[in-house]
Design a protein around this ligand. Structure first.
Ligand code: MGD
Ligand code: MGD
Ligand code: MO
Length: 702
């Protein structure tokens, strides 16, 4: 006879991962154990559908290798030899060590916090941690590893992010996925693009490799990596030459069209652009004409094209295009990078207590971790590193030098984690953190306009604690002002939902009025208070100093940068660096495998086993000259480092471009090395971002 199961109750949660979709989830709990996890059908944007990765989140939470107690290192750094210790001892050891560094002649700036978006939740992502490090006077971290080049490119041109209401996407007649693998990285937006396609829209994908998005588009255009700025200027040339611009929009809302017009007509004719981009002149002409004659046209520009020396300028040029055509005026037209700025949550400066930062505190760029750990940056050497929500040993550029730094015996490293990642393996102390099923959080989104609350479904697994609680304990142990840490997590959520007071003029409507924790608990996701089909740039609400779309940018001129849109080549460009290309002739791009989220989920067996191991795509032309065939093991290297992978010879990557997939943990690679062995810590032109897709390599059979 079957036993009667205990009742299951359902808890509303939110996917915490770094992805624009911020899915609503429902967790089924029986007798304190999470027994099911699915998409929340009532979340109006994500509508019950979860990706392959996050549908396995229970395997993450209950993974046999989940960290359950604090650990202290007993062997050499990186060896993985640890022994469990109690929380009191662990917290005391961290507090003692950080205290010693802070009191030393080198001072508190020798302490470096290192975090990114392992969780996007405001509480576990950037709350009491910030207050803690600000009160301590630690070095500040510039979080540049993902999005700052594009943010800076948009800021200069638009005075805010390129944003359209994702609800309007089905109205679009022409969609350009530009450096965006939307089918994989933003699947709920992709559904809307397919809706548009069904209604007759054309889908174009601009990507040096045939991503899943490219494969499902009507047209795949494969420029050389890092040349998107030139392509956009070529489109602008065709618009100007053929009279395909919206003179009225340009007159009313833009600054500097005459200068930009002259520039593109003089310097970016299609034949020259085609040569720079490695495209046919016909392709450039056809793209320019299609873009100039189809309204509304939407550009989904994303991160792939930003991770190059000229990534900031490329984004600036691309975000000029919808002003030339007047696309911003049409629902379904414009350009979309991120919706994150529309959330009028309490200002970070207030919530994270920026007032506590001692004047003159230095800022360390997270993409320069290699340099920081090697003591090559101004200021005191880094003596203590506190890592949470990030796995820099795997995800940072110039991995060899990052690992050398992490192996320094005089460096004290603390890592808050779910697992013994490559970074945690190098820690002196590991502190076990809770997953999203075990803590409170509040979520904005960078791909839609919902506010969502994550409620804990189960008690912490093992002795793990939320990041907030860990920083409360550290704050107390270091005798920091108790007021900073007094609020409970639920009270912190209420603080986040307190209206900010520095609202920018271009988003007067995005208020949180009436959105409370109580309502989020009762109702689930709530849309920001914004009008339907929200389109700030339709009526010229730009956030620039002139209040216009700055095709010519006085702000850039003031910084000594050419204020008129132009092309900035990649750092490692075979055309402009022939001496480097003589030894390392192939441009390498290295996006994550679709089944991984950067380095997260690599330890979920079912996901990892979809692939045999690290792989690299080579065009038949490049494979033939190296006598490489599919299935062979190859080494990929340059002066910074090398890694091995299995070759796939395919026309899915353009000639001259190697596409390698990440971001594997070293233990799952053939030689303990990942894609970031060859990547460079050189920074982007604007925004000081990382340049993962801008490195020249050689490939050879092993
Ligand atoms: N499944 C999955 N989803 C994710 C992530 C993940 O790791 N896995 N990561 C999340 C995060 S953190 C982010 S930032 C976003 C990233 O989202 P996307 O920007 O969409 O993803 P990427 O794969 O980084 O880059 C997109 C495409 O740009 C192409 N590309 C590379 N160089 C160039 C270039 O010079 N020009 C052009 N036009 N294209 C180029 C790459 O081949 C890639 O297919 O996705 C998020 N979603
Ligand atoms: N070669 C190459 N390198 C890249 C990229 C690329 O495309 N190619 N992409 C870059 C991009 S876009 C990004 S955003 C970065 C991402 O780099 P990271 O932000 O480092 O992202 P992940 O690799 O997902 O690592 C996040 C870690 O946070 C941990 N974590 C999650 N939630 C919590 C929590 O609540 N508490 C604590 N303490 N820990 C938690 C996870 O277990 C995981 O190990 O990588 C960059 N690196
Ligand atoms: Mo990212």
């Amino acid at each position: 006879m079957a036993t009667i199961p205990l009742p299951v109750h359902t808890v509303r949660a939110v996917c915490p991962h770094d992805c624009p979709d911020t899915c609503g989830m429902l967790v089924g709990v029986r007798d304190g154990v999470a027994v099911s996890l699915r998409g929340d059908p009532d979340q109006p944007v994500t509508r019950g559908f979860l990706c392959t990765k996050v549908s396995r989140y229970l395997e993450r939470t209950y993974h046999p290798e989940r960290l359950k107690t604090p650990l202290v290192r007993t062997g050499p750094k990186g060896s993985g030899q640890f022994r469990p210790i109690g929380w009191n001892e662990a917290i005391q050891r961290v507090a003692d060590h950080l205290g010693r560094v802070a009191r030393s002649a080198e001072g508190p700036q020798a302490i470096l916090p290192y975090s990114y978006a392992g969780t996007m939740g405001k509480l576990q992502g950037s709350s009491l941690d910030r207050r803690f490090f600000h009160a301590l006077g630690a070095s500040l971290l510039d979080r540049t590893i993902c999005a700052t080049a594009g943010a800076a490119g948009c800021e200069v041109t638009l005075g805010g992010r390129a944003v359209v209401d994702p609800d309007t996407v089905p109205h679009s007649r022409l969609i350009l996925n530009w450096g965006s693998n939307t089918a994989v990285t933003n699947s709920h937006l992709w559904v809307r693009m397919l809706q548009a396609q069904k209604a007759g829209a054309k889908l174009i994908c601009i990507d040096p490799y045939k991503s899943r998005t490219a494969a499902r588009s009507d047209w795949w255009i494969a420029p050389r990596p890092g040349t998107d700025g030139a392509l956009a200027l070529g489109i602008a040339h065709i618009l100007a030459r053929d009279g395909l611009v919206d003179e009225d929009y340009l007159d009313r809302f833009c600054l500097g069209w005459p200068e930009m017009r002259q520039r593109v007509l003089d310097q970016y004719p299609p034949d020259r652009v085609a040569a720079t981009c490695g495209l046919q002149v016909d392709e450039v002409e056809k793209l320019g004409r299609l873009y100039g004659t189809t309204r509304p046209a939407l550009i989904r520009l994303n991160y792939g094209l930003q991770r190059h020396g000229g990534g900031g300028m490329a984004v600036r040029v691309i975000t000029c295009l919808p002003a030339l055509t007047g696309d911003w005026k049409h629902p379904g037209g414009g350009a979309l990078l991120s919706t994150s700025q529309l959330y009028a949550t309490q200002a970070d400066a207030v919530f994270e207590r920026h007032d506590l930062i001692p004047p003159g505190t230095r800022t360390i760029n997270m993409s320069s971790l290699a340099e920081a750990l090697a003591g090559e940056l101004p200021g005191p050497p880094v003596r203590a590193l506190v890592v949470y929500n990030s796995n820099p040993a795997a995800v940072c550029p110039d991995q060899n030098r990052v690992l050398n730094g992490l192996r320094r015996e005089d460096l004290f490293t603390v890592v808050l984690e779910h697992f013994l990642t490559d970074t945690a393996l190098h820690a002196d102390l590991v502190l076990p953190a809770t997953t999203q099923l075990e803590h409170w959080d509040i979520h904005t989104s960078y791909g839609h306009l919902m506010v969502q609350l994550n409620q804990p479904a189960i008690s912490p697994v093992g002795e793990s604690k939320p990041n907030t609680e860990i920083f409360r304990l550290l704050g107390k142990a270091m005798n920091l002002d108790p007021q900073l840490f007094a609020a409970t997590d639920e009270e912190l959520i209420d603080e986040v939902l307190t209206e900010r007071t520095d609202t920018k003029p271009f988003r007067p409507e995005g208020t949180l009025a009436g959105i409370t924790r109580q309502r989020l608990v009762a109702e689930g996701a709530i849309r920001l208070n914004l009008p339907a089909n929200y389109a700030p740039y339709a009526t010229g609400l730009f956030g620039t100093p002139s209040g216009k779309c700055e095709l010519v940018s006085p702000a850039l001129a003031a910084r000594g940068i050419d204020p008129v849109p132009h092309y900035v080549p990649p750092h490692e460009d075979p055309l402009t660096r022939p001496e480097l290309a003589a030894d390392f002739p192939l441009q390498m791009i290295c996006p994550p495998e679709p089944e991984f989220l950067n380095s997260s989920f690599v330890n979920i067996d079912a996901l990892r086993k979809i692939h045999q191991g690290p792989r690299v795509l080579l065009h038949p032309h490049d494979a033939r000259s190296r006598a490489i065939t599919s299935g062979q093991t190859v080494k990929i290297w340059n002066r910074r480092g090398q890694f091995t992978a299995t070759a796939e010879v395919t026309e899915d990557t353009r000639p001259g471009v190697v596409t390698a997939f990440g971001i594997w943990w070293s233990r799952y690679t053939p030689d303990g090395s990942g894609v970031n062995m060859t990547t460079s810590s050189a920074l982007t032109d604007l925004g000081a971002g990382a340049t993962f897709f801008d490195n020249l390599v050689q490939v050879e059979k092993t």
